[in-house]
Design a protein around this ligand. Structure first.
Ligand code: COS
Length: 389
């Protein structure tokens, strides 16, 4: 099935974006990776994406990337196309970017050397922020990093860490000032083989991918492996999420576009009461509603990405809107696609059945829908306060 391209004529995109999508669509349609073993498949996707040059969109040009600063529209489009073909391919791509994002944004030149390997698919990255008692409330994290000479001693636990178990390195956020809340967090680079770092548990989910709970048992980390400003880890995490949240919207769009294409194809072919499913007004109306939600989600996502790339203004609110609307809409669209397929839609092995599972976590990870609406509302009241100050 071909990824649709009409939306690339929108003024948010230029010729390079159109070429990128054409090339990536061809490439993605040719890949044959057996996804039965997710660890193995994920490693293979990272290697293939790296060898083909696609991971170069995840890191800055100074260290193996394509653009001096990440191009948000490319990230959105790449995730759309990959998610259209394989949720695991999208996952592998996204995690290379998110997992190395703080390094790209704030690493020193020598810290950023590893980005070449991230871009080549030779090093697998992971972003370790969430904890058992700190998901949405990041500032409540309990993992600590205590100074000891020129080292930090990192202790605690992280959970729901994507690529946990297969990553070559983890960017770990820890409290460097336990009393300072969001202003007392720093980010550290921990190679997977760091003494005291253990994969405590592998976590299975409805859309399988490498995921784990990690334990840090007094890990000794040199200060040279601290990324970005001391106590500046919360903002660094938020800045990283600002970039990648828009790309989650892209991934959700890719899943929704695939479900939409599957549903239309099925509706055209499925005989029913002497005609086809697509001949019923009920089906036409549901299809119209699906198209509407996909287009609205696309416009919000492309606006956020365009604004970041072209206007270069803060896009926290626009990114939150895009992520919230695109993931919720995709869930709705995919649910309609399953419904149109009838019993076939819930049959294991059907594409829409997999999409139904693949979309669900996107409404939770990288900031749950509730957090996105909070960010949107808070920023509007902040704007009101700024205007009246
Ligand atoms: N960019 C830069 N700085 C930001 C920022 C952003 N997007 N968002 C917040 N900040 C800054 C604030 O300006 C504030 O700075 P000062 O200390 O200088 O005033 C500081 O960070 C703390 O911000 P805030 O008070 O808003 O923090 P809260 O603890 O209230 O948390 C939410 C805000 C809930 C929005 C945040 O914790 C969040 O995004 N949670 C979801 C986390 C998430 O996505 N988890 C998934 C993990 S990855 S799968």
């Amino acid at each position: 099935m071909r990824y649709p391209t009409q939306h690339l004529a929108l003024p948010f995109f230029d010729e390079a974006h159109r070429r990128l999508v054409a090339d990536l669509s061809d490439w993605a349609a040719q890949q044959r990776i057996d996804e039965a073993d997710v660890d193995q498949a994920c490693r293979q996707w990272v290697q293939s994406l790296g060898a083909a040059g696609w991971l170069r969109y995840c890191v800055p040009a100074s260290h193996g990337g394509i653009f001096p600063v990440l191009d948000s529209r490319c990230l959105v489009l790449i995730r759309e196309v990959l998610a259209f073909h394989s949720a695991l391919a999208d996952f592998a791509f996204a995690m290379q970017g998110l997992g190395s994002g703080p390094l790209s944004l704030a690493g020193t030149d020598s810290q950023q050397q590893v980005l070449h390997r991230v871009a080549a698919g030779q090093a697998i990255a992971a972003f370790a922020l969430s904890e058992p008692m700190a998901g949405s409330d990041v500032a409540a994290m309990q993992t600590t990093a205590v100074a000891e000479g020129s080292n930090w001693i990192v202790s605690g636990e992280k959970t729901w860490i994507s690529n946990g178990g297969i990553a070559d390195f983890y960017l770990v956020f820890a409290k460097t000032d336990a009393a300072a809340g969001a202003r007392g967090i720093s980010c550290f680079y921990l190679p997977a083989q760091t003494a005291g770092l253990q994969v405590a548990e592998r976590i299975d989910t409805i859309s399988p991918h490498p995921l784990a709970r990690l334990r840090f048992d007094a890990c000794r980390v040199p200060d040279t492996q601290r990324i970005g400003p001391l106590h500046g880890g919360f903002k660094l995490a938020m800045q990283t999420l600002d970039i990648f949240r828009v790309s989650v919207a892209g991934a959700a769009l890719g899943l929704a576009r695939r479900a939409f294409a599957e549903a239309r194809q099925y509706a055209r072919q499925r005989p029913m009461f002497g005609q086809h499913l697509s001949d019923f007004q009920l089906t036409q109306s549901a299809t119209g509603e699906m198209a509407l939600r996909i287009d609205a989600a696309a416009l919000l996502s492309y606006r956020a990405a365009w604004q970041k790339d072209v206007q270069k203004t803060a896009t926290t609110r626009e990114a939150a809107m895009a992520k919230l609307f695109a993931t919720e809409s995709a869930q709705w669209v995919i649910d309609r696609a399953v419904q149109m397929h009838g019993a076939l839609g819930v049959t294991v092995g059907q594409k829409v059945e997999a999409l139904y599972r693949d979309i669900r976590a996107m409404r939770i990870y990288e900031g749950a829908s509730e957090v996105q609406s909070l960010i949107i509302g808070r920023s509007l009241f902040q704007e009101d306060r700024d205007a009246s100050a």
